[in-house]
Design a protein around this ligand. Structure first.
Ligand code: HEC
Ligand code: HEC
Ligand code: HEC
Ligand code: HEC
Ligand code: HEC
Ligand code: HEC
Ligand code: HEC
Ligand code: HEC
Length: 503
């Protein structure tokens, strides 16, 4: 597998595991290492680095050249590659910096020969090399103690006066000097604002466009919305396909990226990593955004959800209610959010979503389902789910930790308390998968019945059903097994063992 080219993560095995385990990697991730499924493409590491830089500023420690922090003024630094023609990176940095006169453009050369070539190139607007003139080792040590070395060259970095990397550019990934100019301008605005200055540098408002740019471009000016988005499942949508090796499946990609089969949209991961995942422009259509008077209305936003959140591929259909989970719920707190919080916050949001859906009813127990679903009951009774409580050792039968997965609805309204108090709610019952059933049982019409139960019949099993199963089967969540020996949950064969289709 191609280990990160960009980020050589040294020592600290534990810290390295935190770094590589992205939000979509639950379930399919082998316990102590890289994902069991597809290798992680280098483009993902570049993207992750770029996103981390934007997210963690200004809390990132100072950028170092050969162990020495650089800084003092706003700078655009061209990090040159050994033996490569420096002209393109130098021109990029000079152009990016030229937009704001407070900013200087420098370069860092890896060796004397490249240094000589950079001097000879005589690119206008470059202020020379950062001292020390030749720097081989670039990087920083993150607050979590992870040493991050910037090994991929060339790169163009925007560095703040206190030495923090604010934005990073690599060929093939948002390599656009306009982004540098935008970032500088919006940073200078923030600084002026913090000083309480009356005359702020004017904001640049881009023009509506026919094509897609990706979230990194938006982040130059909308940092808090970017951070907020990073903490939602949308930002990991393609990663979730990579884990199960479906990221090149035409039947899957469309809803997991931005601008699929549209002008300037995503077509493949190598060329378009910045456009992978469900991004800003999935909801903020480029032609409508920044159009001044023609602001996007709530109804227009709601209409953008429907093509992706279809009944087959989504557990919910009330987009208005779903909106508050994804339309910048954490914007106000964005300043305090760090990149390392991402996995946890995305997981929390998904759990919250699921719990909210379940919270709309109460558990009644599997016996209540039998009268109307007689054919299903015996099939379920023949599976291990129907003896999950009995499998527990005596101590486990009162341990809330065990009860969460070995009974039905423990800790929720009407859910398992004890065998006597809540009969039929021991074991992994019907409602463990189909959701609490009170409203469904009491429903007056077929339509109401359908709306009050999680129905998986027509649903994509790898998309929606997976979540239900993994809520208990994810190896790392289970205290009852020696996780080191655990194999990842394989949905298709496991599904065959518990299937109870009657139609
Ligand atoms: C029509 C749009 C669409 C298509 C096509 C699509 N998905 Fe999804 N997918 C979604 C949506 C929407 C969600 C979010 C689930 C929800 O809303 O409950 C999702 C979620 C997922 C998840 C995350 C599940 C979780 O529990 O976190 C996986 C994995 C996934 N899809 C895999 C696939 C695979 C594999 C395919 C191809 C067979 C596919 N998707 C095709 C729209 C789609
Ligand atoms: C799931 C859809 C969705 C995604 C993805 C999304 N947004 Fe939004 N965004 C919304 C909605 C809906 C609103 C309006 C409601 C609000 O202000 O909270 C909004 C509001 C905004 C606003 C403020 C508009 C105003 O009038 O105050 C900005 C700026 C913005 N988004 C930028 C972004 C950026 C940048 C990204 C990507 C990093 C992004 N959004 C991703 C749905 C989305
Ligand atoms: C160069 C800076 C800059 C960049 C880059 C930028 N914006 Fe904006 N954006 C602004 C400014 C300034 C405003 C406020 C203008 C206003 O109030 O109409 C704004 C307003 C918005 C709004 C609210 C008003 C509207 O038109 O809906 C949304 C949504 C938005 N931007 C989304 C995005 C998205 C998505 C991207 C990336 C594709 C992006 N922006 C890139 C500067 C930028
Ligand atoms: C381009 C397709 C697309 C669009 C447009 C889109 N989504 Fe999504 N959405 C997804 C996918 C795919 C996921 C699953 C991401 C994952 O977990 O891998 C998802 C996940 C979610 C989730 C988390 C669901 C959960 O249970 O984990 C919510 C909430 C959500 N979307 C709401 C919305 C809303 C509201 C809109 C409209 C404003 C919207 N989405 C627009 C594709 C889309
Ligand atoms: C009073 C009768 C009744 C009881 C009790 C009942 N159901 Fe149903 N259930 C129905 C009917 C009727 C339908 C709709 C069947 C159809 O699709 O035509 C249905 C549909 C379903 C579906 C969705 C199938 C589909 O076609 O969408 C699921 C899943 C389900 N029930 C599970 C349960 C569970 C779990 C319980 C126990 C908590 C339960 N039911 C109790 C009558 C009942
Ligand atoms: C509420 C938690 C929970 C949910 C949800 C759940 N399971 Fe299970 N599952 C268990 C427990 C606990 C056992 C072990 C029962 C025992 O042996 O006592 C189990 C056992 C199994 C087994 C038998 C063990 C084996 O390796 O053969 C299969 C197959 C299985 N589950 C598949 C699924 C599938 C597929 C889904 C999703 C459709 C699912 N489960 C959802 C908790 C759950
Ligand atoms: C996160 C969900 C989860 C929690 C929490 C959990 N289990 Fe389990 N347990 C499972 C699943 C899923 C299986 C079956 C899957 C498998 O065998 O791989 C299982 C299987 C078992 C088995 C083996 C059953 C058999 O006959 O093969 C025993 C015993 C067990 N669990 C005991 C416990 C005890 C004791 C606790 C509390 C300390 C506990 N479990 C907590 C999900 C969980
Ligand atoms: C481990 C999770 C799980 C449990 C437990 C479970 N189901 Fe299901 N159920 C599913 C899935 C997944 C489907 C979709 C069927 C498929 O894809 O084969 C389904 C389908 C159904 C259907 C519609 C399909 C049909 O052919 O009628 C009904 C009704 C149903 N289940 C009722 C029940 C009842 C009643 C129980 C308890 C006796 C139960 N389920 C227990 C996961 C579960």
């Amino acid at each position: 597998m191609s280990r990160p080219r960009l980020l050589a993560v040294a020592s600290l095995a534990l810290a390295a595991a935190v770094w590589t385990a992205g939000p979509g990697r639950q379930g399919a991730l082998a316990e102590d290492g890289p994902p069991a499924a597809a290798p992680r493409p280098a483009g993902d590491d570049v993207w992750e680095y770029q996103a981390r830089v934007i997210c963690d500023w200004p809390k990132l420690p100072a950028f170092e050249v050969d162990g020495k922090a650089v800084g003092g003024e706003w700078a655009v630094v061209a990090v040159l590659g050994a033996g490569e023609d420096p002209a393109e990176a130098l021109a990029f940095a000079a152009r990016g910096a030229s937009a704001e006169k407070q900013a200087k453009a420098y370069w860092v050369a890896p060796d004397a020969e490249t240094q000589a070539r950079a001097v000879a190139a005589q690119v206008a607007g470059m202020s020379g090399a950062v001292a020390p003139q030749v720097g081989a080792a670039l990087g920083y040590t993150s607050p979590a103690g992870i040493r991050v070395d910037i090994a991929l060259r060339p790169a163009v970095l925007v560095v703040s006066p206190d030495g923090a990397v604010v934005q990073a550019h690599f060929p093939g990934s948002a390599w656009n000097p306009d982004h540098v100019a935008w970032a500088l301008r919006s940073m200078l605005r923030l600084e002026a604002q913090a000083r309480g200055e009356f005359r702020l540098p004017s904001a640049i408002v881009p023009k509506p466009r026919p094509d897609f740019q990706g979230a990194l471009a938006c982040a130059a000016c909308h940092r808090s919305e970017f951070k907020d988005w990073l903490m939602t499942p949308h930002s990991a949508a393609l990663e979730d396909l990579v884990v199960i090796r479906r990221d090149t499946d035409d039947g899957c990609i469309g809803c997991h990226v931005v601008g699929w089969q549209q002008e300037g949209g995503y077509s493949d991961r190598r060329a378009h990593r910045p456009l992978a995942d469900v991004q800003c422009e999935s909801c903020h259509q480029p032609s409508r955004t920044h159009a001044g008077a023609g602001r996007t209305t709530q109804a227009q936003y709601l209409a953008t959800c429907a093509p992706c959140h279809t009944t087959n591929f989504s557990l919910f259909s009330d987009f208005g209610a779903a909106m508050r989970f994804v339309a910048h719920p954490q914007r106000a707190a964005a300043e305090f959010v760090k990149f390392d919080d991402r996995t946890r916050l995305i997981g929390k949001l998904k759990d919250q979503m699921y719990r909210e859906a379940c919270g709309k009813s109460e558990y009644v127990g599997s016996a209540a389902c039998t009268p109307c679903h007689q054919e299903v009951h015996p099939q379920w009774a023949g599976t291990d789910h129907a003896r999950a409580f009995r499998s527990l050792p005596p101590a486990g039968r009162t341990d809330p930790e065990c009860l969460a997965c070995h009974t039905t609805g423990h800790g929720h309204k009407g859910g398992f308390q004890s065998e006597e108090a809540t009969p039929g709610r021991d074991h992994v019952g019907c409602e463990s998968c189909h959701g609490p059933g009170k409203k469904h049982v009491e429903a007056q019409s077929v339509a109401e019945r359908k709306a009050t139960v999680f129905s998986f019949d027509e649903k994509c099993p790898t998309c929606v059903v997976q979540r239900i199963c993994l809520s208990c089967h994810e190896p790392r969540k289970r205290p009852c097994r020696d996780d080191a020996r655990d194999t990842p949950f394989e949905l298709v064969p496991m599904m065959e063992k518990v299937r109870h289709r009657t139609k």
